[in-house]
Write a new protein. Structure first.
Ligand SMILES: [Fe+2]
Length: 668
């Protein structure tokens, strides 16, 4: 008879304990133990650490997995159990860690693998290999792909966040689902009474009281500066969507701006001269061309596909100098200028900000962070078994992503969802835009260093998104490179890792729809390729999501700065717009507050927020990765301090990419 000592750590989160019966079975290369009950009188309470002895007839050999199983107490009483980890002391004197960090519901079974990471061809033991294959087989049955809409990335085949398998449930509760509703947010904002009001606002100042309980420094800044050119230009670099602007060295043919139009804005210089100096920039919303606005509260809404020309002046300010609201030039599509009437220019900028809502929410937020994060999550769960080092590396980065995306599909972009109901780009246009965005998505656009150089923005001043983002990219890249180099010493190891190759192949076919033109790899030949891709994955789901997500209420809470829908068509001639036209065009009272509720909801911190660099599941147990994680956390801490120092000198601090504000995963 030999004895194995099992130490069970119950999580210290709320309701982690259980009175259910927990059963355990140890499996090794030589034999397996009987299924044994871990009954104890007091149950497993929150934060408890308990030791048990498992008697076996003979040594089990190398331990391969631990099975946990839960049954109701007395056949009746049951509650979920959150187990952090199991540690097993073997008769040979080894201590082996089996990370869990999962909920176990009654009649559910969890299979825990040892923390030591291994690649498929290193697991030479036949039983371990079989378990690896069995785990993937089970995972592939649990996590299936589904077509959400033709021409867009595939999603998880699951209709309800609460019915997701325990492997990805984390501390998610029904309550989280309850709070994920625009109605609940309306109540929290104390705006429920205005939700059905179809009246126009009489003037902009009427909006002030509805923000009274929900102010932040940035909202107040928006309120004060929203119609100033300097702030309008600033937002192309450091606002909610810092991804649209690009250097302009020749004017698009459909944007016939002349020197006469802009020479006042250029201090007497010409467009050609300023283009040569690299001071002219463009934001072109052609992706929105010909999309028809939604019908909101029975009323047609209007979308435009503007072109915006910007000038970076000698003081380093980015200023708009010309706006054309539709793509096809012509007499009925004037080019608006800062020298036009105040109302004409203001309304042109409002249409641009509404176009910004469409491309930001659908392309840069939904597609390029949420849907891609879901692709990475499903591909990881289906193709990388728990001992795989990349599974361990990516696990913190998939937290809550499936839940949040299922809830967004059910409650925001579903037929009666809040975006479908209240956004000008909602409904059919959203699907069309999502398809267009997917069709034009490229690998280089997702890799920040490539993206910045493709857009010609290497030297533009005061571009804090780029400055902080590049530093973050480099820190993530350094960590990923060191960690993956520890497991893959040679390119050939990358090539023969069949699990890894299946992972990237599924990402290519299910996420990027097998489009070679995307530049996304369909296989990996070198370690260098792998490091770059994994850096992109982690950057996308953490930093990039934070940059385009966390400021939604900051920049959008003041509605005129980010109107969700516009009720009048764009002006066809100059000189017709008045302040009244502007109020008639902006969303009515009900649409405004419902839009605010959605933005408030989308900007919320998740229930248990883990900033970048945290590995709450402690899935690694070896010295090298643990040391690398420590170094990674130190680098992130230094960057956070650096950003904090820089922000002290800014009129409007740029905080979104401070590592302390960046979540590990797409969790909201
Ligand atoms: Fe988000």
């Amino acid at each position: 008879m030999v004895i194995y000592t099992v130490t069970v750590n119950t999580g210290d989160r709320l309701l982690a304990g259980t009175t259910s019966y927990i059963y355990i079975q140890l499996r090794g290369t030589e034999d397996e133990s009987d299924e044994q009950s871990l009954n104890c009188v007091q149950g497993f309470w929150q934060g408890s650490v308990k030791d048990f002895q498992i008697d076996c007839k003979a040594p089990l050999g190398e331990l391969i997995d631990v099975q946990l199983y839960s049954k109701p107490f007395m056949g009746l009483l049951y509650d979920q159990w959150f187990c952090d980890k199991i540690t097993i002391s073997t008769p040979e004197g080894d201590k082996i860690l089996f990370p869990c960090y999962n909920w176990l519901d009654w009649n559910e079974r969890l299979a825990l693998r040892p923390a030591k990471a291994s690649l498929v061809f290193q697991d030479t033991n036949l039983i371990a290999q079989k378990l690896r294959m069995r785990e993937l087989d089970e995972q592939q049955k649990l996590f299936r792909w589904r077509v959400y809409a033709e021409g867009t990335p595939q999603v998880i085949d699951c209709d309800s966040a609460c019915s997701l398998p325990p492997e990805v449930r984390f501390s998610f509760t029904k309550e989280s689902e309850f709070y994920f509703s625009a109605g609940k947010q309306l109540a929290l904002l104390k705006l429920t009474g205005l939700a059905d009001c179809r009246k126009s606002w009489e003037n902009i100042s009427q909006l002030e009281p509805i923000l009274c309980d929900n102010r932040s420094e940035t909202i107040e800044y928006c309120q004060e500066h929203w119609d100033e050119d300097e702030f309008f230009g600033y937002q192309f670099l450091n606002g909610l969507n810092p991804m649209m602007i690009q250097l302009c060295s020749t004017l698009p043919e459909n944007f016939p701006v002349t020197d006469d139009m802009v020479k006042g804005s250029l201090g007497g210089s010409s467009l050609e001269q300023e283009m040569e100096k690299g001071n002219i920039f463009l934001s072109d919303y052609k992706m929105l061309d010909e999309l028809v606005g939604n019908v909101v509260s029975g009323r047609q809404q209007y979308l435009t596909a503007p072109l915006v020309l910007l000038y970076c002046n000698p003081q380093g300010m980015m200023l708009p100098i010309a706006i054309q609201l539709r793509q096809k030039p012509g007499e009925d599509n004037p080019i608006f200028l800062p020298t036009d009437s105040k109302a004409d220019w203001k309304l042109a900028k409002i249409f641009v900000r509404n176009a910004e809502f469409g491309v930001h929410e659908v392309d840069f937020h939904l597609l390029r962070t949420h849907l891609l994060a879901e692709v990475f999550t499903v591909a990881t769960l289906r193709n990388l078994p728990s001992p795989h080092p990349l599974h361990k590396l990516l696990f913190p980065h998939i937290r809550y992503t499936l839940q949040i995306n299922i809830m967004a599909r059910n409650q925001l972009i579903s037929k009666d969802g809040a975006i479908t109901t209240y956004a000008g780009v909602g409904g059919e246009s959203l699907e069309k835009l999502l398809k267009r965005a997917t069709a034009s998505l490229t690998y280089s656009a997702l890799c920040l260093p490539d993206n910045i150089s493709e857009r010609g923005l290497e030297t533009v001043p005061n571009y804090y998104y780029r400055d902080d983002g590049m530093k973050l990219w480099n820190i993530i890249n350094k960590f990923v490179a060191a960690l993956l180099s520890h497991y893959y010493q040679h390119d050939v190891n990358v090539q023969k890792d069949t699990e890894l190759q299946s992972w990237i192949s599924e990402i290519f076919t299910k996420g990027f729809l097998g489009r070679d033109s995307s530049g996304i790899p369909s296989s990996f030949q070198t370690l260098k390729e792998l490091i770059k891709f994994v850096t992109m994955v982690i950057f996308t789901v953490s930093a990039q999501h934070a940059a385009v997500n966390n400021g939604q209420f900051d920049f959008g809470g003041w509605m005129p700065n980010y109107p969700t829908a516009l009720r009048q068509p764009p002006p066809k001639e100059k000189g017709q717009t008045t302040e009244d036209t502007i109020m008639e065009t902006l969303p009515d009272v009900g649409t405004t507050v419902n839009g605010m509720a959605v933005l408030a909801l989308l900007s919320k911190d998740s229930a248990d927020h883990y900033p970048l660099g945290n590995f709450p599941e402690h899935l690694y147990d070896e010295e090298v990765p643990c040391k690398l994680i420590e170094d990674f956390q130190k680098d992130l801490g230094k960057l956070a301090d650096l950003i904090e120092e820089r922000n002290k000198k800014l009129e409007l601090p740029y905080t979104y990419l401070s590592p302390r504000n960046v979540d590990n995963s797409v969790a909201i």
